[in-house]
Design a protein around this ligand. Structure first.
Ligand SMILES: [Zn+2]
Ligand SMILES: [Zn+2]
Length: 725
């Protein structure tokens, strides 16, 4: 007998009356028989004398008094096994109800307008419960007791199928009809929990090509949703660890290795050895497959180039009617847009490539002073915001690349939402060192509007500081490799050895600076990096001449490049640009159409290769030389296989970075070395680096809760900024 109530910060208060044995049993059961998605952070037990005032066990109205005290905001949860069984059970009253949910599953963050998490503060408030649902909601013995998303076909959201020009299709079974349309080669926009997806068949190439044209995604890999694990195994290899990730309550996109006999369209992930696969995470997704033979559907976020995922119906119809053939929509509002999360099992660790649906905004514990409240706004690509408050870091969902006003607007909304939900008023805001980033301007705006102190944090230091905070380490030699970050001296950094400790950070090593011919053009066209690095090679002019078709302006452009390379150029220590150059030399990628493309194709090409060059790392003081390696690869084309050369180049980068880090660590008597930055998502490099470092007796660290790439930047910035508070 007693009661339970929400305390508004996702903490609960339970009062029970009974014999002391019964109470101890209850406290024990609370921890052993908790629901699968429930995390118990802490249990405080007090034993006041019984009063005999309780006649039953009740759920009381939420207490709002603690809303503003480091609230835990629940992320979305994929459909649970019990709901899936009921969905399929002809005798169940929710048979075929596409938005079936219970206390253990369903959307959370994407429907919450405010805390505490109760129905009137979610977008479910538009749907009044029918008598049956209401009875379940109030019955403590029912598995939908107090489930805020409880609904059924009578009272809950409904789904409709609409043509691209807005004509409603009269169907008694719109979801299965949508599945059949996909199988027949149509493109559909499908509204989910966190926004719209674009969907198509995975077997037919025509709709995928059409989708690529309209999404301006020439080569970028598209995620797919597979019917089930068995279907997944028909086109991808799935290890037990990956099965666990795929079937977890998050059901993220997991990057899997394509099978040798991959028989889905090559247009899904062209030139790559892996494919992003997720399992159906709502009733609707499950039902899509019912009357088709498709093993998987393309399921990619519906976002115009460089804009956030579309969430509102009106916008979807305006922006997508020329892209899709049909819309499958429902009538529940999306409160917070949220893309699918992407995870890759990498060198023994589940690595988040994109932390969004199912993870955001669940907090990550960090060791910073408890009374600080600090915000950080990320960099320029894959931006997230992060709030550190009471020893917890809350990261927003994936926002995107800050290239359009829409994305900036989305970041402002998501950040404001996070601040409202937690009730925290930051006095410090961390930002990137780059003076012109949109996020830099945003931080300055916040400083003026809300009186925050701005703390600029160097890009690679932020990555390393984040890695240290995740593992609760005080000092580390951090290897940070990525495409671009504004250096302390204003130049382009991206292959850095950062010593970080309680005093701050110091650059203790870096890759050899290489020229970027034509500045930013060298980021887009890898052959320009090749020309810059190999500028002294006599065969270069001829070699470029033979690749005339890869230059937009042909011969003219090549002679311009040959002229430019004699004069001063922007220099970069970027690891990404060196990998791009190798990808260009080996003919794997001549134009970068999405972030990381040349390096990702290099990694795919190197799969199963051997280190045939076995080059000794060339270190010159703090500088790790890369020219000798690039020269060697260039001299070996045609003589050695592309696969072995690709592998040898990656091996050189990993071993030379490792050797340099070990030298620094030995000198400073440090035992910990970490690897971060976008290049840390490269499996071969991460693995060789680990072996190199561990074989010399050092501890090696990779990210586990935060993305290694710029999606994790705000986390590191917030941690650094919090320490200045
Ligand atoms: Zn459920
Ligand atoms: Zn109902």
């Amino acid at each position: 007998m007693g009661f339970v109530r929400n305390l508004g910060d996702a903490g609960v208060e339970v009062v029970v009356e009974g014999t002391s044995e019964a109470i101890s049993r209850f406290v024990k059961q609370l921890q052993t028989e908790r629901p699968p998605t429930c995390t118990i952070h802490q249990v405080d037990v007090t034993h006041p004398p019984g009063t005999g005032e309780f006649k039953e066990f009740r759920i009381l109205k939420s207490d709002d008094s603690r809303v503003h005290a480091g609230s835990v905001i629940p992320p979305d949860i994929a459909i649970c096994g019990n709901c899936l069984r009921e969905l399929r059970d002809k005798r169940d009253r929710r048979h075929d109800y596409f938005f079936i949910t219970c206390t253990d599953c369903g959307p959370r963050y994407t429907i919450i307008d405010a805390l505490p998490y109760d129905r009137p503060r979610t977008t479910m408030r538009d749907f009044e419960m029918c008598d049956e649902c209401s009875r379940e909601y109030k019955d403590p013995s029912d598995r939908r007791f107090h489930a805020q998303t409880v609904a059924c076909a009578v009272c809950g959201p409904s789904v409709t199928l609409v043509t691209h020009d807005g004509r409603r299709i009269d169907s008694t079974d719109p979801i299965r009809e949508a599945g059949r349309l996909l199988e027949r080669g149509h493109i559909l926009a499908i509204k989910g929990n966190g926004g719209y997806h674009l969907a198509s068949s995975t077997l037919l190439t025509e709709p995928i090509v059409r989708l690529r044209k309209t999404k301006f995604r020439v080569q970028k890999p598209l995620a797919v949703m597979a019917r089930d694990l068995e279907a997944t195994r028909s086109f991808a290899e799935v290890t037990p660890a990956e099965v666990e990730l795929m079937t977890s309550y998050v059901k993220p996109i997991v990057l899997l290795r394509k099978r040798a006999e991959f028989d889905l369209s090559e247009q899904i992930a062209p030139g790559l050895h892996n494919i992003g696969v997720m399992l159906p995470y709502t009733g609707l997704h499950n039902m899509l497959f019912d009357e088709t033979n498709e093993r998987a559907f393309v399921m990619t976020s519906a976002n115009p180039p460089n804009e956030p995922i579309i969430k509102d119906d009106e916008e979807a119809f305006v922006r997508l009617r020329d892209v899709v053939d049909y819309f499958l929509v429902h009538n529940r509002r999306v409160a917070q847009r949220c893309d699918d999360s992407v995870v890759r099992w990498l060198d023994g660790t589940a690595t988040l490539l994109r932390r969004s649906r199912g993870y955001a905004p669940a907090p990550i514990s960090v060791a910073v002073p408890k009374d600080t409240c600090t915000l950080a706004v990320g960099g320029e690509l894959n931006v997230t915001s992060c709030l550190v408050y009471q020893g917890r870091a809350y990261m927003t969902q994936h926002i995107g690349d800050m290239e359009t006003l829409q994305t900036l607007q989305f970041q402002k909304e998501a950040t404001r939402h996070l601040l409202t939900l937690t009730g925290c008023r930051p006095d410090v805001v961390g930002r990137d060192l780059h003076p012109l980033f949109n996020t830099t301007k945003y931080a300055q705006e916040l400083a003026q509007e809300s009186n925050m102190r701005v703390v600029p944090v160097q890009h690679h230091y932020a990555h390393v500081a984040g890695l240290m905070a995740e593992h609760n380490i005080d000092e580390m030699v951090g290897i940070c490799c990525d495409g671009y970050g504004y250096g302390n001296d204003g130049s382009a950094w991206g292959g850095e050895m950062i010593l970080a400790d309680h005093n701050g950070h110091k650059r203790v090593g870096h890759l050899e600076p290489q020229p970027m011919i034509g500045g930013d053009l060298a980021t887009k066209y890898p052959l320009r990096m090749v020309a810059g690095i190999l500028r002294d090679q006599s065969e270069l002019a001829n070699w470029l001449g033979e690749r005339e078709q890869h230059f937009r302006h042909g011969k003219e452009e090549i002679s311009m490049i040959l002229k430019q390379m004699r004069s001063a150029q922007t220099m970069t220590t970027s690891c990404g640009r060196v990998l791009d150059a190798i990808s260009g030399i080996l003919g794997l990628c001549h134009e970068r159409t999405y972030e990381g493309e040349p390096a990702m194709k290099l990694e795919s090409a190197a799969l199963g290769g051997n280190d045939v060059l076995k080059l000794e790392p060339v270190l010159d003081g703090e500088v790790i030389e890369t020219t000798p390696m690039v020269r060697e690869v260039f001299a070996s084309i045609g003589r050695l296989s592309t696969r072995d050369l690709a592998y040898s180049a990656q091996s050189y980068m990993a071993r030379s970075l490792g050797k340099s880090a070990i030298a620094v660590a030995n000198e400073l008597r440090l035992k910990t070395i970490g690897f971060t930055g976008g290049v840390a998502c490269n499996e071969a490099i991460a693995h060789i680096l680990r072996v190199t470092v561990e074989s010399e007796g050092f501890s090696f660290f990779l990210h586990k809760s935060v993305p290694p790439g710029d999606g994790g930047l705000s986390f590191g910035q917030a941690v650094v900024a919090a320490k200045t508070a």
